[in-house]
Design a protein. Sequence first.
Length: 270
Amino acid sequence: MSTAQPQSRPIFASVVMPAFDEGERLPQLLRVLELSADPLSPPTEFIVADDGSAPGHHARHQAAVAATRNAWGRQGAPHRISLFTLPRNRGKGAAIRAAWSQSAPHAEWVGFVDADGAVPAAEVWRLIRRAAAGDADLVAGSRIKMAGHHVHRSLLRHLQGRVFATAVDVSFRLGFYDTQCGLKIVRSSLLRPLLPALQEERWMLDVELLLALRRAGARCVEEPIDWTDPGGSKVVPLLDPLRMLMALGRMRRRMMPRFGAAPASAGLLR
């Protein structure tokens, strides 16, 4: 189910927020997202993709979306927000892909951001404005401590992430420092033709998307961002990273015969 708001200004970017039982954290993220929008932020559509959440969490998602919609309406802001509901939990990748199919058809950019608040709302707006510069086809957040940015996560999560990033680089030579950061903005004209070929339903959508974009000749930029582990992660330590490595092997067997490895200069870190 999707709800929409009439707007006079064309939507520049359509950003999906996959949310599974995020009734505690999503309302705060949306509130800060509303408050941190400024006149330089292009008209943006946000789609909260409820991934089969429990009834209590779903009700909170609905209320948070309605509150943000009403606030932007009172302000005369050019942004809009809607709720898209999947009847059962299918995974982050499946929720994002399903919601992308409901996004504004003429949006120049589409993307996603995690709903847990790990990425500050100000960084979401900054990367949308970064996309508006027009010198790249993909702007991907990257959790790297440089250019004055702050990344706060446990040593275990950092090490697990680096092991996985190394495995991805060995498998596909994507050249990205951080494939799994939960903020990516993609030029719509490149992404939409690729959507029917995307199959990953959980965490591996990020890698599948990056590989497909690189093989399509996309110009890719990794942008350092602030990031803070909000706690309460649904990732099971050690077990889920092992599952991701196994999924990576399956993806390599599925995609390499069709796409091959990405060019060595795939990632562009700024």
